[in-house]
Design a protein around this ligand. Structure first.
Ligand code: TRP
Length: 455
């Protein structure tokens, strides 16, 4: 089915692209606050365990769907629908819908990053730049919804221009190749942050699991975040898998991508928490955490303004990279479905519908200020429904598609490799994980989320 797409010239550029799509705001912005929200160490342990088991198993499966079919999720589901005369294409559309909603939310947070980037640039022109930076507060931004909406639009527009010009993949590769530099910067900042007095209590908080701090919703939160950060359930990894060559060993690739992504998430909590603890504020457990604590820390260390500027520039590039990936997925699938539709039109339609959804998170602090469900604001509800509920459902669909697409012998052929003797033993574990553990954990997570509402 479908023609094999152009393969990567070398494996390294594939890794850059896959890791570039996995590592983004999910690791640096979302992960620290959900760890805080769920009480620290025990949640971190649960998360790492789930990432290395069900996350890895699913990543291999998604890559395999793409590698086997050589095409994207919508085409795969359409093909199964025609074969079986059942409506499997609904799963494909659902994944695409999730990508669009995610991008709308992602754009708002990317807009926050853009705001901080401009503030750091502007501080260079102030007589007292330290004071200027200390005075910026995330609350000012949260209460200015039009500003958030505008910033999100600018961000989306930049992504759209890149996608329309058709060099999305090229730009993604170029940005991805900058990411190792970003990693180095984060490690430098990490050294600074770990030398703060609060480190001892942070290490205790993060590595001394206190299981009584887990709540009913913790499992659902961990599961949702594993999928979000590894970009699972969106169809992105299916598309990436379709670029792979036959000699690439999928389990090894999946393992490396998962490992790097998990390490970056751990590094990011190690970076953020010492700063948050030493700022004396009660530890923030909402989306503003990173934006609350980083700028004032950066403005108080030597050379911090330059560090801050580079940090937010890289963070924005990482966010742009992810946004290009998401928009590319939506646009490419639309044009594949409607070949008569030109790329600019498909991208414009996507952007307009995504912008309409942006209104909910962007106006959460003003128009929707009084809407609170269980003490949560609109932006938090949006996040929760999208990542903790809808995404796991999309992943369940992906599991079904996986088993419908590949037969036992296809799976074996793509998994087992003579160069890796352990792959023979791992094969049955992997199938067991995808077939049983993933659905059970997802359903359990959803049920517990639901129970958590009432207790
Ligand atoms: N994994 C990305 C992050 O952690 C977010 C993301 C989800 C994504 N789905 C995607 C990025 C699809 C690119 C493509 O920030």
């Amino acid at each position: 089915m479908g023609g094999r797409r152009s393969s990567f010239k070398n494996r390294f550029s594939f890794y850059l692209l896959a890791i570039g799509s996995a590592c983004g705001l999910g690791n640096l912005w979302r992960f620290p606050y959900i760890v805080g929200e769920n009480g620290g160490g025990a949640f971190l342990l649960l998360y790492v365990f789930l990432a290395l088991t069900i996350g890895l198993a699913l990543l291999i499966s998604e890559l395999m769907i793409g590698r086997y079919t050589g095409t994207s999720i919508l085409a795969v589901t359409r093909h199964i629908s025609t074969q079986t005369k059942k409506k499997y294409y609904i799963f494909g559309w659902f994944s695409l819908f999730i990508s669009a909603v995610t991008l709308s939310y992602y754009s708002v947070i990317s807009g926050w990053v853009l705001h901080y980037l401009t503030q750091f640039i502007m501080s260079l022109f102030q007589s007292d730049s330290e004071f200027y930076l200390k005075s910026i507060s995330v609350n000012v931004l949260l209460q200015n919804s039009w500003l958030q909406f505008m910033l999100a639009s600018v961000h989306l527009l930049v992504a759209a221009v890149i996608v329309v010009k058709g060099f999305g993949e090229g730009v993604e590769k170029r940005i991805s190749s900058l990411l190792p530099l970003f990693g180095m910067l984060v490690v430098v900042l990490l050294v600074g942050s770990l030398s703060l007095d609060s480190t001892h209590s942070v290490l205790r908080f993060l590595f001394y699991p206190d299981f009584s701090k887990l709540s009913w919703s913790s499992l659902g939160h961990a599961v949702g975040h594993v999928f979000f950060t590894l970009s699972l359930g969106f169809g992105t990894m299916v598309t990436f898998g379709s670029y792979l060559k036959s000699e690439d060993h999928l389990p090894t690739i999946g393992w490396r991508v998962t490992l790097v992504d998990t390490l970056i998430s751990i590094i990011s909590v190690l970076l953020i928490f010492p700063i948050a603890f030493s700022s004396g504020k009660q530890i923030a457990t909402d989306p503003s955490l990173v934006f609350d604590v980083l700028p004032s820390f950066l403005s108080s260390i030597k050379g911090g303004i330059l560090f801050g500027l580079i940090f937010f520039l890289f963070l924005w590039l990482a966010a742009l990279n992810a946004s290009i990936g998401l928009l590319e997925t939506v646009t490419a699938n639309l044009t594949e479905k409607r070949p008569d539709m030109k790329r600019p039109l498909a991208a414009s339609l996507s952007v307009i519908s995504i912008l309409m959804m942006t209104v909910f998170p962007a106006f959460s602090g003003t128009i929707f200020k009084n809407i609170k469900i269980l003490g949560r604001s609109v932006i938090e509800i949006f996040d929760s429904i999208l990542i903790n509920i809808m995404l796991p459902m999309a992943v369940l669909g992906m599991v079904i598609i996986f088993f419908k697409t590949l037969s036992e012998s296809d799976r074996k052929k793509l998994f087992i490799n003579d160069e890796f003797p352990t792959s023979v033993a791992m094969y049955s574990h992997w199938v067991f994980f995808v077939k049983w553990c993933v659905p059970v954990v997802i359903i359990l997570g959803l049920l517990m989320l639901f129970v958590g509402i009432f207790v």
